[in-house]
Write a protein that binds this ligand. Sequence first.
Ligand code: SAM
Length: 238
Amino acid sequence: MSKVRLFVEHPLGAGQCVPLTGAQAHYLFSVMRLGEGDGLALFNGRDGEWRARVAEVGKKGGALACEARTAPLRLPPDVWLMFAPLKKARTDFIVEKAAELGVRRILPVATGFTGAERIRRDRLQAHAVEAAEQCGGTFVPEVAELAPLAAVLEGWDPARRVMWCDEARVGMAVALDLPPGPWAVLTGPEGGFSEAERARLAALPFVVPVSLGPRILRADTAAVAALALWQFHCGDWR
Ligand code: SAM
């Protein structure tokens, strides 16, 4: 069986014929050099992982035949990443690493000091798909549209706690006393959180401020470190 893993939107099941888009056909037949009868693994974020074979090769399309399920859908723990987007490559990095580390949802939030005013949601979603293809995941987290932090907090379900990475706690002990349940990890932009944002976050009962150790981390490092800490203490790394 080939090591090629491909994400498709199509439903997966025994005997299903999965049509390919032009981009998928290019990747499979021109880049990975698969031909008729060759095997690969498919997932769609809902039906687990399936063994499939190339049934039809075309220049602008083709088809795969789905054979048997090789792994069930493995959902990551119920943690979201909420982060202030940075410059393009660093935002791409955060989304890719969050999908690899295992999150259910990715929420880019605009804060007072956020440098990036818009994001390309479709591009970021494609990075999450590629990360899942590469790391053996069977689930792809949804990347939400950029929304103001204040509005996101306004409509927040208080049952989901927020692990707020608070740069003012730099140097304090990394003491994570996080009860079980749904969580979101929140990291700020390069400029940190504004005084007004800090006051708002500190007053919310579902927000738990945490330190990420003795050094101020770059925002992209902070997102990865915070998710790793959460996964170790509360998630599926335990
Ligand atoms: N400009 C800010 C300052 O000098 O205090 C630093 C912002 S830091 C580059 C970006 C984000 O990473 C912060 O908003 C915070 O969420 C997170 N962060 C970085 N280092 C941290 C630490 N040691 N403890 C908690 N959060 C940290």
